[in-house]
Write a protein that binds this ligand. Structure first.
Ligand SMILES: [Zn+2]
Length: 197
């Protein structure tokens, strides 16, 4: 049995063999999605995401003009530079959405889905999965942040985004993250949790 989170109707859990959505009989809300090989997909995409994240943070991302000199910085040192310039709110936003949130998502996905793939249960899987689902609601925020970053660069005339390896890795990371998040089939996690009881 499964309860609809929208209208609380208790109904028999439909058996989905292939990719698709199970809908509530009464209100039509999505009960769950079925994704074939969900764990394998999430793990593969997260691994690719972690590599892209590393590349995006190792190579120079921004170039700042300080006086007559131009210095190239990584995304993280760029954030520190924004902070040093007194733009602390923006620095915080860029740090959270472009660095912390993607990294937390990638680490959580590896932490939850690698053990599921291997038929094991990871530590604190319930709170970890709830946090991941919450972050999923924000999953396009990186795109907005790139927009804000570009606007900032244009407005302050202080920095430019270097169209190099780091920027392309970051763009690819956004697609990989979105792909990984949509590959999540929640049932395989909850089934794993239930089987441990
Ligand atoms: Zn319903």
């Amino acid at each position: 049995m499964i309860i609809c989170h929208d209208c609380d109707l208790l109904q028999t859990k439909p058996d989905l063999q292939h990719q698709g959505k199970a809908l509530c009989h009464r209100c039509g809300a999505v009960l769950f999605r079925s994704v074939p090989d969900s764990a394998q997909r999430v793990v593969a995409l997260s691994l690719a995401g972690l590599i892209l994240f590393a590349v995006a943070n190792i190579y120079p991302f921004l170039a700042f003009d300080v006086g007559s000199q131009s210095t190239q910085t990584t995304l993280f040192t760029g954030v520190r530079e924004l902070y040093a310039q007194g733009l602390w709110a923006l620095a915080g936003l860029v740090f959270f959405t472009c660095i912390a949130a993607p990294l937390i998502q990638l680490v959580l996905m590896m932490h939850i889905f690698l053990p599921v793939m291997l038929g094991r249960t990871s530590y604190a899987v319930k709170p970890a999965f709830r946090l991941l689902l919450q972050l999923r609601e924000w999953n396009m925020i990186e795109v907005f942040m790139i927009g804000i970053l570009v606007a900032l660069v244009k407005l302050t005339k202080m920095a430019i985004i270097i169209p190099g390896v780091a920027m392309w890795s970051f763009m690819a990371l956004i697609f990989i993250l979105t792909g990984a998040m949509t590959s999540i089939d929640g049932r395989i996690v909850w089934d794993r949790v239930d089987s441990e009881k």
